[in-house]
Write a protein that binds this ligand. Sequence first.
Ligand code: DGL
Length: 277
Amino acid sequence: MLTAPHAAAPIGVFDSGVGGLSVLRALRAQLPQEDFVYLSDAAHAPYGERTDDYVNARAAGVANYLVAQHGVKALVVACNTATAAAIQLLRARWPTLPIVGIEPALKPAATASQTKRVGVMATRSTLQSAKFKTLLESLQGQAQFVVQACDGLAAAIENDDAQMTQALCETYVRGLGDFGRQPGAIDQLVLGCTHYPLVSGLLQSLVGPTVDLVEAGAPVSLQTQRVLAQAELLFCERAAGTTQLLSTGAVDALGGNARRWLGLEVLVEGVQTDGMS
Ligand code: DGL
């Protein structure tokens, strides 16, 4: 049973794998005094080419684990795919728990675009979701959005397969068309999957220096801070909080990426969330 959340409890963050570390990085910068428990559901990654039922079951199982085993005071769904499929279900199941999701940052990209042509890379499941379609419709007339489903890319990043990552990025960037500041070109590229910021150097080299890569880690962190403040759950009583890393799959992949992207030296704990939903 969920007891009333209290400020000293950790914030739970989850993704299908290592991608959510790009969000955790922003969260730790924005909320340095908070404790975080990050769960990578690597044993069931990737989510992006699965059915909604599968993603819903995984999201519910992982969220239940974080609530039951770690007593989290809030949940950040650091996965566009899981947010699109499951956030309503999670909010219905834990109505008093603050839950923050992530979605492709189309609006900031449309606002910043000078050519008014915006590229969007995301998983197939995110792009097919009702949530994404509603977002796209709400921005009709503000810019032209060119979308690209990036099958296999999150998995290649997850598996640290540099060759496959390079090949897929080249293919998908080419598929989006011309990039640059000239009329008719894409000048903003939305990274609509939390795995993609982990290869932003590669993507930037492919689209050129004049194109902005747009990710949502920072806005999600600000939103988390706002939601916690509203619920009077912000914790401000120490210099620095802790971060715990859990994985349902390979612990080495998560540990290596946490070291690389967050400068974090912590032991990753292997966990089992099956049967927790
Ligand atoms: N990182 C996730 C996202 O933001 C999911 C990638 C996947 O598992 O396919 O969509």
